[in-house]
Design a protein around this ligand. Structure first.
Ligand code: NOJ
Length: 668
């Protein structure tokens, strides 16, 4: 109780003063006028609400914090409201589209304590056509220096009890859970992005942007209601955030989309991150890669040294040769360095990031890879021992830079970082940021596994290429529940995928799992191909072993599919059932299309009206054979060519757990 009394709730009971200066209500409309944010003082509490097309989406919802410094107390007065409007575009170095439009109306509302120390803070609201963003700012001021946030009290009072797709925040690790669908009121404490579908078939997604020096946001329903309240991942001592003015919170975002295409094409998260801080981007290159990864997860090779060590010079040369002869760009070397022998999850401090195992000749391999035009991808598994990693960080990336290694996959396998702090805590957020910034200085791209949930930092640091933070294909090698169900990949593009690129690592052609026969990739080959279009990442792995790909006609699709796009359009879909996505290649006039289904067979009719009206095209189609089925006949794939144009309505039959992948390029 005493502790509770020490916490001062800020932002409360401001009504009197708002009434005094007559500015109790501030409204911000989106440029198209459809979305309106209202800020008001309600019953003395500062609250905001959101309407779209005249209907309420978010009822009056509380804003504010609990702080441990005490005495930052209501009443507050609105000192100032500053308005701004922006309409600009910026180009992405890589992405799902090239040019991003950033168009919003903004109100920065400055509040000040009326009595006592008269401290200040601000709430900045931005209304976009696709939704809203808001954040808190604590300016530098004489009476507020260092402080601790013990709770953020931001709420999202949803107007309806929408069905939501979620993963739990504290049950399960690294965001690697299967998504569950349940009404908002029955959610556990869940991670963001949180995606909901309204009764009229529209979509709402709550997330955050620009998580830089703060804890990740989770949400829970207050007393079984539709009011979602913020739960920040704590440090081990229970504090949520250590702050010092001037200080800003991450942005809280609510995307309001008319359909799945609108959801995927919302750029609110990226627009609320800082512009690029890297001048020379020439070394940042999207691409496809292979590696010994799948064979290790299937227990055919090991990370540790010994007779089955995967990352040997000879083995890596074989993978480099394969990549070079199949138009791929990179080869990932997991288990190349010292530290894997023994229990590497418990002994993460043994990892050395610039010392190779004796049977891995780094110098020779980087020379060999260079002669073949292949990029060697390094691997920094830390076992969650971040202090050990940070003590070697400069040396580790200098080592990469010296050897011409421009990408590194990082990893943090351990329930806690340094056996103490959560990955999504402010501690974790600070660590990941440090790694990304250090890597940027040494011109190294990052593929981060076991991350904090992405929030769009790749706009500022485009060397942050892709991340895990999803239950990826590795579960199909060893999980005890049989592997990812076929519906999983129809959900993640609209949930985790809204947070940014995913290193899911598909590409299985051989579905046998000798070590765990009950577990397998629950997909057909055609669906594996389609995932290269449906799930976005600028680094994509062809995860199976070269022996599965050699001489397989369907591998052609993995060779030709791009990883960098000019435009993305979700043609059709239902979360948990099926998805059909079209993307236009950034470097040619070709379109690519991926369609996938859950465990049910499905016939789709897809209009190709996205194509240029004045052109004829040829579609090369990689589809399920009529007999294909993920359980009984996953490899039955048909490859055929078909003339198409913008008037074509394509009939696609997807097998249970199946899919179809198409390249559609100009031609007769
Ligand atoms: C878990 C990662 O997700 C996986 O890709 C990697 O192979 C292992 N950790 C080892 O780093």
């Amino acid at each position: 109780m005493k502790k509770f009394l020490n916490f001062a709730y800020i932002l409360i009971a401001a009504g009197v003063l708002f009434a005094c200066d007559g500015r109790r209500r501030v409204q911000i409309a989106s440029p198209d006028g459809r979305t309106v944010i209202s800020f008001a003082t309600g019953d003395g509490l500062p609250v905001y609400s959101v309407d779209k097309d005249g209907g309420t989406v978010i009822n009056p919802s509380q804003l504010g914090f609990s702080l441990s410094v005490g005495d930052l107390t209501a009443p507050f007065r609105i000192k100032k409201v500053t308005r701004a409007s922006v309409d600009e575009t910026w180009d992405q170095p890589w992405g799902e589209e090239v040019t991003v439009r950033n168009r919003f109306n903004e109100a920065r509302i400055e509040l000040q304590e009326v009595f006592g120390k008269k401290r200040l803070f601000r709430i900045v609201f931005r209304a976009f056509d696709e939704g809203i963003g808001f954040r808190y700012e604590f300016p530098e001021q004489p009476n507020l220096g260092a402080f601790e946030i013990t709770d953020e009290r931001t709420e999202f009072a949803l107007a309806e009890d929408h069905p939501a797709w979620s993963i739990p925040a504290y049950r399960g690790e690294y965001y690697e859970s299967l998504y569950e669908k349940s009404p908002v009121s029955r959610l556990d404490t869940v991670c963001v992005p949180l995606t909901m579908e309204t009764a009229s078939g529209k979509f709402i997604a709550i997330h955050e942007a620009n998580l830089t020096d703060y804890a990740a946001m989770n949400l829970y329903p207050v007393d079984g209601s539709t009011v979602l309240r913020t739960d920040l991942t704590p440090w081990s001592n229970g504090i949520k955030v250590y702050a010092k003015t001037p200080f800003v919170s991450p942005w809280r975002t609510v995307t309001l989309a008319d359909d799945l295409n609108g959801l995927v094409n919302s750029r609110i998260m990226l627009n609320l991150n800082e512009p690029c801080r890297i001048d020379d981007l020439s070394w940042i290159r999207p691409g496809k890669y292979v590696g010994i990864w799948w064979a290790i997860h299937q227990d055919r090779f090991t990370w540790s040294q010994g007779p089955r060590h995967g990352a040997t010079t000879q083995n890596m040369k074989r993978y480099i040769d394969f990549a070079a002869s199949h138009h791929l760009q990179g080869v990932l070397a997991e288990g190349w360095n010292k530290g894997w022998d023994g229990d590497w999850v418990s002994n993460g401090s043994d990892f050395r990031f610039s010392e190779a195992c004796p049977d891995f000749d780094t110098e020779a391999l980087s020379r060999y890879a260079a002669t073949k035009g292949i990029a060697l991808i390094g691997h920094h598994e830390t076992g969650g021992a971040t202090l050990n990693y940070e003590s070697q960080l400069e040396e580790a990336f200098a080592f990469c830079s010296r050897l011409g290694i421009h990408s590194v996959k990082t990893g943090y396998v351990n329930a806690l970082l340094d056996k103490k702090e959560r990955h999504s805590s402010q501690y974790g957020v600070r660590h990941y940021r440090k790694v990304i910034e250090t890597a940027a200085r040494y011109h190294v791209m990052i593929d981060n596994h076991e991350p904090v949930m992405p929030t769009g930092l790749q706009r500022t640091y485009p060397n942050l290429m892709t991340q895990e933070g999803v239950r990826g294909q590795e579960y199909d090698a060893w999980s005890t529940d049989g592997g990812n169900p076929p519906e999983h990949t129809t959900i993640v593009p609209f949930t985790r995928g809204l947070a940014g690129p995913m290193d899911f690592t598909f590409g299985t052609f051989n579905f046998k799992n000798p070590v765990h026969p009950q577990t397998r990739v629950q997909s057909t080959i055609a669906k594996q191909l389609a995932l290269y279009v449906v799930i976005y990442s600028p680094l994509q792995m062809a995860s199976d072993v070269p022996e599965s790909y050699e001489n397989h006609p369907a591998f052609e699709f993995i060779e030709i599919v791009p990883v960098d796009w000019a435009q993305t359009i979700v043609l059709q879909g239902a979360i948990g059932d099926y998805v059909a996505t079209a993307r236009k290649d950034k470097h040619s006039e070709a379109w690519f299309l991926g369609a996938i289904t859950d465990e049910n067979a499905r016939d789709l009719k897809l209009s190709l009206s996205v194509l240029d009206r004045d052109r004829k095209y040829v579609a090369r189609i990689f589809r399920d054979d009529a007999q294909a089925n993920w359980k009984t006949n996953p490899a039955a794939v048909v490859i055929e060519d078909m003339p198409v144009d913008a008037a074509t309505v394509l009939d696609l039959s997807l097998a249970p757990g199946g899919g179809a992948a198409l390249r559609i390029q100009p031609g007769e």
